[in-house]
Design a protein around this ligand. Structure first.
Ligand SMILES: NC(=O)c1ccc[n+]([C@@H]2O[C@H](COP(=O)([O-])OP(=O)(O)OC[C@H]3O[C@@H](n4cnc5c(N)ncnc54)[C@H](OP(=O)(O)O)[C@@H]3O)[C@@H](O)[C@H]2O)c1
Length: 298
């Protein structure tokens, strides 16, 4: 995968702030190209490729980790006040590095509710949830940072270890029917691959500062769950209607159901020519299940 980036990224050094689900996946893909990649965690890890960074503590990353860094990616969400954890603690440090590129993982929540309509980077942002207002504030801080920033707006992220299969196995899946409600999604492998693809464009006229990374097929959650049960050869529980389900959902889970939008990937896939690995959830789930079976994870 991403062999196209192998030569152009030779000898580059990446720091990824936030080595969580996406951060670790992206780090591994970039390491596969032969680059050095360090990831942050709030806890001390035994892994030598990890360093500690917690914006809420007074401890900053050790100076030496920045030596020779050419690329930085932040996968850390805004703090509770809407400040960006990386910029609030490390902006001065980053400004003094010779950075070629800085990436920021944002969310399509900044578009707010489009009542099921398609939304693209050209549309105005209208964040509805407070967390999306905080996110927009962080996007603006990155844009104003004078760093060579590129922002990726992401819908629901899934992939190996984080998919409907895990919720089914843990028996905490909620099968909810809400007519006309859709969600957009992206497989984590496409986040990594699209970022590497876009890195090839940073010095040409095609460079775009804000890009949605979403698959081709926004759809209802129930369709995805139904397909997951089918792939497992299991019977899906009877769906709850949304009004009944509301009482069982946490405020944060409920807030996701208050927004209904189809996220367009036209800029990424048509204008910039990126080819998705997983065009839709069926392809993405098939690959997640293959890994579950290969690794005997059930
Ligand atoms: N999950 C989704 O469906 C989704 C959708 C759209 C956008 N996003 C956004 O995309 C980014 C990556 O998502 P993800 O789901 O891969 O994230 P994740 O697994 O939750 O990882 C978040 C990372 O941020 C670190 N972190 C959190 N608060 C921090 C702080 N105050 N100081 C330092 N580090 C901090 C965490 O540290 P630890 O490793 O120590 O926990 C973790 O490594 C996030 O900004 C997320 O909000 C997520």
């Amino acid at each position: 995968m991403a062999n196209f980036a192998r030569n152009s990224l030779k000898k580059k050094k990446f720091i990824i702030f936030g080595g969580g689900f996406s951060g670790q996946f992206i780090a591994n893909e970039i390491r596969n190209l032969g680059c050095e990649v360090l990831t942050s965690s709030r806890q001390i890890q035994t892994n030598a490729k990890s360093f500690v960074f917690d914006s809420l503590s007074s401890v900053l990353p050790p100076e030496h980790i920045f030596d020779g860094t050419t690329h930085v990616l932040s996968c850390i969400p805004p703090d509770k006040d809407g400040n960006d954890p990386v910029l609030s603690r490390l902006h001065n440090k980053l400004k003094n590095l010779d950075l070629e590129w800085v990436g920021y993982l944002s969310t399509t929540g900044v578009y707010g509710n489009t009542f099921g309509e398609w939304v693209s980077e050209k549309d105005p942002v209208k964040p509805l949830q407070n967390r999306s207002k905080r996110r927009l504030r962080c996007e603006k801080s990155w844009i104003d940072s004078n760093l060579p920033v590129q922002i990726f707006r992401l819908p629901g992220i899934y992939g190996p270890g984080r998919s409907t299969f895990e919720s089914i196995f843990k028996k905490n899946i909620k099968v909810i029917h809400k007519p006309n409600q859709v969600f957009s999604r992206i497989h984590v492998a496409d986040i990594a691959n699209a970022i590497l693809y876009l890195l090839l464009e940073i010095n040409n006229d095609n460079f775009k500062q804000i890009i949605n990374i979403a698959d081709n097929h926004p759809t209802s959650q129930i369709e995805v769950i139904e397909h997951s049960y089918k792939l497992l050869g299991l019977k899906m529980p009877k769906p709850m209607n949304f009004d009944d389900a509301k009482k069982l959902l946490s405020p944060i889970a409920l807030s996701f159901w208050e927004e209904n939008r189809r996220v367009s990937n036209t800029l990424l896939c048509k204008d910039l020519g990126y080819k998705l690995i997983h065009k839709n959830y069926k392809s993405g789930l098939k690959s997640c299940l293959k890994i579950i079976k290969e690794k005997n994870l059930r």
